[in-house]
Design a protein around this ligand. Structure first.
Ligand SMILES: Cc1cc2nc3c(=O)[nH]c(=O)nc-3n(C[C@H](O)[C@H](O)[C@H](O)COP(=O)(O)O)c2cc1C
Length: 366
């Protein structure tokens, strides 16, 4: 059994490996009539593209997307959309040394245990090159959301790098695109720059926390009980490489609160319900409330570091390894657009599900 597809109605299948000729996404279920061209998708891919600054891997990939099917005269036709990105800067020789060794923290050992063979060039299918395909699919989802629900706005940003967290009193939306870390706190960006320079020079790495917020999402999205909006969002974020934790709203911290502090109070405003706070992260009972949807995920430190580590070979001998090649010192930076893409795909999927079963919300308040 192999599962390379996610989504219920907006179904994304990704394919390809790190060092193969190309990778991409086949997207089935996109509504017809959505205005789209390669440039609109490229915009989002450029955000994830490697080698844009000294804090990301120096692999030079154009990540140029081609739309091979599913569009005609600038709009989707309702048939499968095939998105392809060629790999142009593979350096398989960087990986010759790890052919028979398992890199600690990578999927080398589990892929070998499961499949009995593995594409050792850059991790093959387990490589985060795969996330380029998700970002391409997310670009299409964003275009469909813009057509179906223009109020929806999705933004991701880093809130923590290692021990250094942002100060929320210095949170400015317009800062997010102004620094290499996609962080809303300009002071944190300066601290992180120095910190990451040191780590990069010593060949080390660090983890991060990314928050993705969707604003303007209407109330009613989510398909209880096994297709809850939070269930699908958590699965989507958890499927991203290196993600080890996902939270919705207050998340793990909710365990430390009392009911008085946690349950968001409701009053009646001129346009409907108003919540006093958003500990729920915009989701109650698996259904969106109309508040901001807030998802947070933790990304582990890059496993490929320039320190000698103990490992074993496929024949079971103990040995040591240094992972050469070009790597991100903090994968959290390039995980930001990936998280945004997953949010876009899940929200569009749920919008289509909602449209199919309910159409317009049935319960009117006031
Ligand atoms: C955008 C992105 C870029 C990544 N780049 C690297 C990298 O350069 N080096 C590395 O060791 N891991 C990198 N990773 C993480 C690995 O792909 C991941 O840790 C590995 O495949 C094992 O999977 P797991 O951590 O999900 O268990 C990256 C992850 C993301 C999301």
């Amino acid at each position: 059994m192999s599962i390379n597809t996610f989504g219920h109605l907006f179904r994304v299948t990704t394919w390809g490996e790190s060092h193969g000729p190309a990778l991409g996404a086949t997207v089935d279920g996109c509504p017809p009539g959505v205005p789209i061209d390669a440039g609109a998708i490229q915009h989002w891919l450029d955000k994830r593209k490697p080698g844009q600054n000294r804090y990301t891997t120096q692999r030079r990939e154009a990540d140029a997307v081609q739309i091979l099917s599913g569009t005609f005269e600038g709009v989707t036709t309702g048939t499968p959309v095939q998105l392809m990105i060629e790999n142009t800067d593979q350096r398989s020789k960087d990986y010759g040394d790890i052919k028979d060794k398992f890199r600690p923290g990578h999927a080398d050992i589990t892929y070998f245990q499961k499949y009995g063979l593995r594409d050792y060039r850059g991790g093959g299918r387990s490589s985060a090159r795969e996330t380029a395909a998700r970002v391409a699919a997310g670009g299409l989802a964003r275009a469909a959301l813009a057509a179906l629900a223009p109020t929806v706005e999705i933004k991701g940003y880093m809130t923590r790098m290692g021990a250094h967290e942002i100060d929320r009193s210095r949170f400015y939306w317009d800062q997010i695109d102004q620094n290499p870390f996609w962080t809303p706190d300009a002071t944190a960006a300066e601290t992180w720059a120095d910190y990451l320079d040191g780590l990069r020079k010593s060949g080390s790495s660090v983890g991060a926390v990314i928050e993705v917020v969707a604003r303007g999402v209407p109330a009613g999205l989510g398909a209880p009980v096994y297709g809850k909006l939070d269930t699908d969002l958590a699965a989507a974020m958890m499927s991203i490489n290196a993600v080890k934790g996902v939270e919705i709203g207050e998340g793990m911290s909710a365990a430390m609160l009392t009911g008085e502090l946690n349950a968001d109070e409701i009053t009646m405003g001129p346009d409907g319900p108003v919540y006093s706070s958003n500990h729920a992260g915009g989701i109650l009972g698996g259904i969106s409330t109309g508040q901001d949807i807030v998802v947070r995920f933790a990304v582990k430190p890059t496993s490929s570091i320039l320190t000698t580590r103990k490992t074993i070979t496929r024949t079971g001998e103990e040995t040591e390894i240094i992972t050469k090649g070009r790597h991100d010192p903090c994968v959290g930076i390039r995980a930001v657009p990936v998280g945004e893409a997953m949010m876009a795909c899940v929200l569009l999927d749920h919008m289509l599900l909602h449209r199919g079963q309910i159409g317009k919300n049935q319960g009117q308040i006031g």
